[in-house]
Write a protein that binds this ligand. Sequence first.
Ligand code: ITT
Length: 201
Amino acid sequence: MPKKFKILFATSNQNKIKEARAVLEPLGYSIQQLLIQGSPPDFIEPQTEDIERISKSKVDQSLEMISGTEFSDFSILVEDSGLFINDLGGFPGVYSSYVQKTIGNHGITKILEGNNNRQAEYRAYSILYQDGKYFNSLGICSGEISTEIRGSHGFGFDPIFIPDSGDGRTFGEMSQLEKDSKSHRGKSLRILYDELRGPSE
Ligand code: ITT
């Protein structure tokens, strides 16, 4: 396979890799995790509430890590994402990963107990670096936070996130294919693919 169709995804999150594979592999790309000396990148995240700025920082750090290595000619993908709850001023947003690991879905449903405004959105900002060019894309998926935890598919906040474009089920109750067709990540990756005018076209 020509090198430009192989994408190295710089992330420590295996779920992001699985979802990127599901969306991009049928379109002719192969997705591998970027491992430097056997380890995924450990990013220093800048102090900001802007996922676009965090993604830019991740791509800069990745390019620095691969400079002078056997990976320096490959395409690099990074993504920053999170769950933004309207009534909580966008919390957990850029702190999603930390909040998921600490209070988890149970904690979020508890914070929102008795609250009728449960609107939220997932956002994913992806950047693909290929042949000296940067391709950027923002994917948004609007929805609401369920009152109880439902379903065991997906990861993170999926068992408490009900997408507006669905039928009332949480992402945790949907198949991978269904989630990808509606999700922030699926949208963001398809925008990137359109920008690239993919190899299968
Ligand atoms: P990398 O920075 O190494 O890519 P990470 O998991 O720390 O991995 P982020 O900083 O972008 O990534 O945090 C995103 C968090 O937002 C993620 O850990 C989940 O808690 C949550 N999240 C994002 N997309 C999600 C999805 O599709 N389903 C469920 N939770 C999601």
